[in-house]
Design a protein around this ligand. Sequence first.
Ligand SMILES: [Zn+2]
Length: 102
Amino acid sequence: MEDKKAKKPEDLFGKVNRLPATGGHVVSKEKLLEPCDDEDAVATVFCIGCGEYTKVSDIGSKNLASKSEIELPVSLEGNYFRAERCIMCDDDYKKVSLSKIE
Ligand SMILES: [Zn+2]
C-alpha cells in the first residue's frame, strides 16, 4: 500500500510547489494559541483552503483588514483571521474574515 505521507523529492527540495487548496480544513484552537517565536506576529491566519497557519504582523493584519474591508478591533487578542486561500496555496489571502478563537 502506498504511504501518502511519504516525502517525495519535490517536497524536500522544491519550495515552488504550492500546497493543494483542497478546502474544508477545520481550525484547531490549540494551533491558534500555540506560542510564536516571531515577536512581530500579532495574529494568526488560518486557511480553510490548505489548512496552513500563518502569522501576520501588525502591518500585515492591517493590510489584510483593509483589503478585505474588515474593521479591526483595538486588540486582535482572542481573534484570528480565516481565509479561503492563502499565500501558501494561492497568490494572496482571499476571502478573509475575522473570527473569535473559541
Ligand atoms: Zn492556503
